[in-house]
Design a protein around this ligand. Structure first.
Ligand SMILES: Cc1cc2nc3c(=O)[nH]c(=O)nc-3n(C[C@H](O)[C@H](O)[C@H](O)COP(=O)(O)O)c2cc1C
Length: 407
């Protein structure tokens, strides 16, 4: 059983912690809760003690146990220190190396992976002090998950919302089980993410609303499963996943070049980027002038990276090729056609015109279609959960001992 040490801090998002404890335990983790003094204002010790079925820790100078040194013992036993929600104050304590309460002292004493899920008002989150602290933590290898964007408890809207408990639990369990769950260890995985941009002139471009959430979630999930990951990302607002080699690109041709280079000798390529289908052959270098006559642009097809990968691989078993198909109509039929036309092993069909799925959404509702004819519709899940389930499936089918020579 993996051991999650769950730090809870003084923020309104703490109302989601009971559900997080339940999900972590349902996922097979033992959960020990450490609350800051201020967390007790938002969620009760009794609730968390009952749900975790363990004592809740809080006061460094009134230890729960008589033997040993509590903060050292708690740090030693953990496979993961997860702080959810993480206040601006606790993030600053961690970044600055303060040790003035049990949680910040445990952070310094722990050798296990650390994950923080920030939650706060969007002005607080965007403040340069908070961003600088997060940057320090990321550079130290701390996994920062979220925050989500949307309605906040303070009535404002923007970044700062605690990620959904299911999302945090999926990421935490993957990281906590990292040592034992390295099902992609030794494999080279290439993942594309985000949109591409094709210039129309010196200042305008043709693109799409992809945010990169799906591709980045896949990169994180692959890293947690032990893979060596190359992430080829179009322009997004997401931080680079810790542990991935990230190639930042803009145009389809740049993405093509990076993917083809990265896929040499790779075991798995997952194309989750929303790659443009069209481009302007010769975009003007300067800004096109406004004209009352309007403007006709002739677009030519952009390179089809997946089709090229499929042609190059031919009948060889590697790399395993997985595409994403964003569809608005005849989801399964169109996706299956793509799988066959491009010589893929699997395609993840993705309705982009449904609530809770597609561009920009935090969740996705996908159908996994495989070359052998299997079609499996998954329920609405967070993009992290889709990533975890997809990689676990691919590992089982292609890369486990049981997959044998077919894999
Ligand atoms: C009603 C209320 C809501 C708060 N929500 C947040 C929040 O969402 N995020 C945050 O960083 N701080 C929030 N704070 C401020 C923190 O509680 C405060 O900075 C505190 O010192 C954090 O201590 P801790 O990190 O040790 O728990 C809130 C305070 C109050 C009174």
């Amino acid at each position: 059983m993996v051991e999650v040490l769950l730090g809870v801090t003084g923020c309104i998002g703490a109302y989601k912690v009971p559900e997080l404890v339940r999900l972590l335990r349902a996922g097979g983790a033992g959960v020990t809760v450490v609350m800051t003094r201020n967390a007790g204002w938002f969620v009760t010790e009794g609730t968390l003690q009952t749900l975790s079925q363990r004592p809740v820790y809080g006061d460094m100078f009134h230890p729960r146990t008589a033997d040993g040194i509590e903060h050292i013992d708690l740090a030693r036993r953990a496979d993961l220190l997860l702080v959810a929600p993480a206040t601006a104050h606790t993030l600053a304590s961690f970044a600055g190396g303060l040790a003035d309460d049990l949680l910040s002292t445990i952070y310094l004493a722990s050798a296990c992976p650390v994950m923080v899920a920030p939650a706060m008002n969007s002005f607080m989150y965007q403040h340069s002090a908070v961003q600088a602290n997060l940057e320090i933590l990321r550079r130290r290898g701390v996994e920062v998950v979220g925050p989500g964007t949307g309605e906040l408890a303070c009535g404002e809207s923007g970044p700062g919302r605690l990620l959904e408990p299911a999302d945090i639990a999926a990421k935490a369990l993957a990281l906590a089980g990292g040592k034992t769950g390295q099902i992609l260890a030794g494999l080279n995985v290439v993942i594309s993410s985000g949109p591409t941009r094709e210039p129309l002139d010196g200042v305008r471009f043709l693109s799409n609303p992809a945010t990169g959430r799906m591709g980045h979630a896949l990169a994180e999930a692959a890293i947690h499963r032990g893979a060596t990951v190359t992430l080829v990302s179009g322009p997004t607002h997401l931080p680079d996943p810790a542990g991935a080699r990230v190639v930042h690109v803009t145009r389809v041709e740049e993405m093509r070049h990076a993917i083809l280079e990265g896929s040499e000798g790779s075991d798995l390529v997952v194309m989750a980027a929303a790659v443009g289908d069209y481009r302007l052959a010769r975009p003007a270098a300067g800004k096109l002038k406004k004209s009352a006559r309007g403007l006709d642009l002739h677009l030519e097809p952009a390179p089809d990276i997946l089709a090229e990968l499929g042609r190059r691989r031919g009948s060889a078993p590697r790399p395993v090729l997985v595409g994403f198909a964003a569809e608005t109509d005849d989801l399964v039929l169109n996706a299956r056609r793509k799988l066959e036309a491009k010589n893929l092993d699997h395609i993840v069909a993705n309705p982009v015109n449904r609530a809770g799925a597609g561009f920009g959404a935090e969740t996705n509702q996908v159908t996994l279609i495989s070359r052998n004819g299997d079609t499996d519709s998954w329920p609405v899940m967070s993009k992290s959960q889709v990533a975890a389930r997809l990689l676990d499936h691919l590992a089982g089918v292609h890369f486990s001992a049981a997959a044998g020579t077919e894999g």
